[in-house]
Design a protein around this ligand. Structure first.
Ligand SMILES: C[S@@+](CC[C@H](N)C(=O)[O-])C[C@H]1O[C@@H](n2cnc3c(N)ncnc32)[C@H](O)[C@@H]1O
Length: 288
């Protein structure tokens, strides 16, 4: 029974704990796994990200194999029609590009969208490549009744576009937290005004996804290997009210100020390529 797992933060290995959860029982999830990076070479702005209680330096092949297993377990536990958002980034190993798509395509998920997260800061200021300020967020979808596309987002969420701009979180003792606005955007876009759903984060770190879920009226399930981060997440969940203003700030962006039709009628900006925009107007995406 899923009831035994909700509103809890488990200390342990993501894969082992996921295996205990029942099939088709969770509405959605958000996570940022460890990236398997040993970024302590010349030019890195930040010291190596070191997690308490976890290694982040596996042979790449083994790392990808584990990620595929974790993602497939998540596929099993998420309900048909449910979504999982997976934050990762492009990395390089001795000049060879390692792209999250390399392993995402080997999972059971339908890859619904690739979102660019502009973090507005680069971790490495050398000139081997243009400074990498982006990470990626993959919207993974579990089809329902063999329907691969799923339901439409409401316009107020869809108009936030596929490029997201959030600066990194500053006030958090965890070495790699995401800002709470990020899971808040995801959870609110998918659940909209529905409350009481279940949101999972199998690498929950400081509990950011869990706090966002709680503020948005959802249940949560968190997992992390480090007992320190689990303890911190629990403390943070107790004080969740302090983070309501940040989540409300994000929600205030989910508004349709003018419909696409209104913009067109007033001759206002409707997109750079007019022809394309006219085609879009018939798709109802920007019309409510
Ligand atoms: C990128 S961080 C997640 C940060 C989180 N999004 C936040 O906002 O705080 C990845 C987390 O995965 C945890 N971790 C590493 N290996 C794990 C494993 N095998 N099972 C569960 N958690 C693990 C680390 O302890 C770390 O907290």
């Amino acid at each position: 029974m899923i009831q035994a797992f909700i509103d809890k933060v488990f200390c342990g290995d993501a894969l082992e704990i996921l295996r205990k959860l029942p099939d088709n029982s969770i509405d959605m999830g958000v996570t940022s796994p460890p990236y398997n990076k040993g970024e302590n070479k010349k030019g890195w702005l930040v010291n190596k990200v070191v997690y308490k209680g976890a290694t982040d330096n596996l042979p790449e092949e083994q790392y990808q194999k584990i990620q595929i297993e974790v993602l497939n377990e998540l596929y099993r536990v998420i309900k048909p029609g449910g979504s999982f958002f997976y934050n990762h980034k492009i990395r390089w190993e001795r000049g060879r590009m390692l792209h999250p798509m390399d392993w995402l395509r080997k999972t059971k998920w339908v890859i619904r969208q690739e979102i660019i997260w502009d973090r507005m800061i680069a971790a490495n200021l050398r000139g081997w490549r243009f400074w990498q300020v982006d990470e990626r967020i993959y919207w993974l979808y579990k089809p329902k009744d063999n329907h691969l596309i799923g339901e439409e987002l409401k316009s107020k969420h869809a108009l936030l576009t596929s490029i997201w701009r959030f600066a990194p979180e500053q006030n958090n003792p965890h070495p790699a937290p995401f800002p709470i606005e990020l899971p808040a955007r995801i959870i609110y876009s998918i659940m909209d005004e529905k409350k009481g759903g279940i949101v999972i984060d199998p690498y929950c770190g400081s509990g950011t996804t869990l706090v966002a879920a709680k503020i948005l009226g959802q249940h949560y399930i968190g997992i992390d290997l480090s007992k320190d981060y689990v303890a911190y997440s629990i403390q943070r969940l107790e004080k969740y009210k302090e983070e309501i203003p940040k989540v409300e700030g994000e929600l205030s962006k989910h508004v349709v100020r003018k419909t696409f039709k209104e913009r067109k009628e007033r001759g206002e900006f409707v997109g750079r390529y007019r022809k394309k925009s006219v085609e879009l107007s018939s798709s109802s995406l920007f019309e409510e």
